[in-house]
Design a protein around this ligand. Sequence first.
Ligand SMILES: Nc1nc2c(c(=O)[nH]1)N[C@H]1C(S)=C(S)[C@@H](COP(=O)(O)O)O[C@H]1N2
Ligand SMILES: [Mo]
Length: 441
Amino acid sequence: MKKSLEIHDQLRELLVENGASGDDLDRFDTVMSRRRFLAGLGGGGTALSLLGFGAGAEMALQGLFGRGMIPAAWAAEAEKTAQIEGKPGMIVHNPRPVNGEFPPHLLNDDVTPTTRHFVRNNGLVPQRAEAQNPQGWTLAIEGEVHRPLKLSLEDLMQMPSATYQACIECGGNGRANFNPPVRGNPWDRGAIGCSEWQGVRLRDLLQRAGLKDSAVYTAHDGEDPPIGSAQPFSRGIPIDKAMEEHTLIAYRMNGKPLHALNGYPVRVVVPGWIGSASQKWLNRIRIRDKVHDSDKMTGYSYRIPEYPVPPGSRPPESVMKILTAWQIKSLITLPAADTKTSAGKRMAVRGHAWAGENTVDRVLLSTDYGVNWKAAKLTRPANKYAWYHFDSEVRFDQKGYYEIWARAFDQRGNAQPFRQPWNPRGYLGNVIHRVPVLVDV
Ligand SMILES: Nc1nc2c(c(=O)[nH]1)N[C@H]1C(S)=C(S)[C@@H](COP(=O)(O)O)O[C@H]1N2
Ligand SMILES: [Mo]
């Protein structure tokens, strides 16, 4: 099993050595992700294990490797079901790096339990996180500050803390609904969670360190080892967002130390913004005098064109702008897709809605392909940046196939689109959610 993992890394490395572009690597990751692995992340620090692998032939077809280079171990097509410990029911797009989401009906809770918070990793899980060992960990704050800081977990926990429910959603959530398809993890709807996070406000730390007038942007670094020769994952946010009261350096998730896969011991939580702003396994914040310019802040990564582009086109890099907040969106968590019911029976409909930096104004439901709409009951969230909940009931008078559609509106009048607008990497997908229902008698 170890062997397969080595082969995986070696192949990725081989691609890099042969001049593979970031796009090629994305393609590699996507091809891998179409296969199901059996993986286990043990509590005692066990590494991922890999049992089945069948992507070799497909990669050859995609021209990534010559046929002669495909390891024999990969030749057999074997569909396996992936299992990541501590995340039962997760749809695993890739075990290495771990990437997985939950189907909408498993996201019905008001506050997302840790066991059902998605996982989006660019690199490997740090040893420290697997072992839940805070020893030797420090958080450095440096760069454009008057008094650089180095804090232990205990130092951090002794500072005043704040606790908020906050949506963290991958910028690529919804990518599977893009047409033509785009590269990257094929997130459907479940790369979102709204858990409760406790930590120190980033602004308290920045005030303690004393921002210089030259401070423009944060740059976050983490302990996760990159795969192959990739640059370590790092993104940042403008100082204004860093100074907002809801931006946290979090050490508790749903009342417990952070899960290994969600950033133990400490992560950034930038609610309302795309998930990549919320650096996991954080160990350093560099305050920069210009916009952070790591790999993941530039090019086509986490950026979209500043104007709508034709589906399938490649706009010049010069028109790409950094993604910040999410936009209005909703998720139907009840009923599950393809639920069967009978004519005349009442069926409960439930879900969540959220709106990035905005507030949710209403959620409308339709069961006739958008001809008629009715408002669902909307429950306000615990705090800004947590998701709203909606409740309603529907009834079908006749046998047949139906879809329940949900469309959320924010207070500015923005609503979810009927078709998914396109961008090169499949970001900010918020097309309305449609749940098929079968009325069989
Ligand atoms: N150090 C580090 N932080 C990271 C990432 C990563 O790969 N490494 N992935 C980011 C991305 S793209 C997302 S969407 C969120 C996902 O958070 P989660 O895995 O806790 O759901 O973490 C962000 N923070
Ligand atoms: Mo993400």
